[in-house]
Design a binder for this molecule. Structure first.
Ligand SMILES: Nc1ncnc2c1ncn2[C@@H]1O[C@H](COP(=O)(O)OP(=O)(O)O)[C@@H](O)[C@H]1O
Ligand SMILES: [Mg+2]
Length: 349
């Protein structure tokens, strides 16, 4: 995946989809696990962009006066680098470094802006990163990754999170066909629905729910990670914490492709439903843009619903996923609470 500011028309990753949809769109399309079935986004192994390889902190680097030691690089997105680290009590932790690589580079361990004209933008990015970490640290839920600390070092900022010792859902479903039984799928979805209900009630949208941002811990419990694109648009009067948009074909709802389009809890529900569409059917749904384009000209929806295609699920379970995945926001399930009630009704029938 790639993280980009919402409006960067000069960015090479930008392409207009106006032609495809007849709508004014501005899209950052990057990783496409949905269509090519590739194991992971280009940057997930952090090696496809040559300039990234030398930018990461080396194993053994100490942070915050030796309180943390970098053990190894995990991943690099456009705005941050993720590391596995050890704290002073010998516990593993995950540390995310604020590193907007379009405007900064590394000099030894220090992060510096590429030129003086980027200084103000870097300051804003840093402030946003710290504000986000503070807001995430208030979210305590068993299926939401715990954020424990944010600190400044090396001219940038770092967030410290729980280390979840397990694979991500993308790896699991990619490696194993039918990785989860219907009963397991129901349990995993319910955990995630409760996590999503919890963050929505706290006024936060995740905006990047996808199989690679869900880790499965050793007990089989799913944990939602990567709140790098999260925002707080639901609190009246609050500013949007970040302008970053993350678009993942197959998982992102169509409104995420539109600059300025309102995102609501139903946007996260679409992405969660698309994630489970992949878990259950073995393939991600077609990109929502293609579905929208079909709808606009009255053509059949290129996404085949799950309902009646798979056995072993409680009554209404597959229908609820289909309902959360409707193209237009207003046609979808509107809250995680409503979705949970539908699943539970099916379980008691
Ligand atoms: N808390 C965590 N525990 C274990 N691994 C993690 C954790 N957070 C991130 N990772 C690993 O690092 C990768 C990148 O982290 P993520 O937060 O998704 O950043 P991004 O996708 O923006 O690069 C994840 O896909 C996962 O493999
Ligand atoms: Mg991620």
């Amino acid at each position: 995946m790639l993280l980009l500011p919402a409006a960067r028309p000069d960015d090479p990753g930008h392409a207009s989809l106006a032609a495809a949809t007849g709508m004014e769109t501005d899209v950052t399309e990057t990783n496409n696990p949905a269509e090519d079935g590739a194991a992971h986004p280009d940057h997930s192994d952090g090696r496809t962009a040559p300039e990234l390889a030398s930018e990461e902190l080396k194993p053994g680097t100490l942070l915050l006066d030796g309180q943390y030691e970098i053990l190894r690089f995990l991943n690099s997105g456009g705005f941050g680098i993720t590391y596995l680290a050890r704290d002073s009590l010998d516990r593993l932790a995950v540390i995310k470094e604020c590193f907007p690589n379009a405007i900064c580079h590394r000099v030894e361990t220090m992060v510096k802006t590429r030129s003086r004209k980027h200084a103000a933008e870097f300051e804003t990015t840093l402030q946003t990163f710290v504000d986000e970490a503070r807001s995430l640290s208030r979210l305590a839920h068993p299926s939401v990754v715990g954020v424990h600390q944010v600190f400044e070092d090396n001219g940038t900022a770092y967030t410290v999170m729980d280390f979840i010792d397990g694979p991500d859902l993308h790896h699991i479903i990619d490696a194993t066909e039918g990785a989860f039984s219907p009963a397991e799928t129901v349990v995993i979805l319910l955990h995630l629905l409760r996590a999503v209900e919890f963050i929505h009630q706290a006024g936060i949208l995740h905006r990047d729910i996808s199989p690679d941002n869900i880790l499965i811990d050793p007990a089989g419990k799913p944990v939602l990670i990567d709140f790098g694109a999260a925002s707080e648009p639901m609190i009246p009067g609050s500013r949007i914490l970040t302008e970053r948009l993350v678009i993942k074909d197959g998982y992102s709802p169509q409104e995420l492709y539109l600059i300025g389009a309102e995102q609501t809890p139903a946007s996260d529900l679409y992405a969660l439903a698309a994630t489970f569409y992949h878990v259950i059917s073995g393939a991600a749904p077609p990109p929502s843009q293609r579905r929208l384009a079909a709808l606009a000209v009255g053509a059949p929806d290129p996404c085949t619903p799950l309902s009646r295609r798979f056995g072993g699920y409680p009554p209404g379970f597959l229908e609820a996923i289909d309902a959360a995945m409707r193209v237009l926001q207003r046609d979808r399930l509107q809250s995680a609470t409503e979705w949970i009630a539908l699943v539970q009704r099916g379980l008691t029938r």
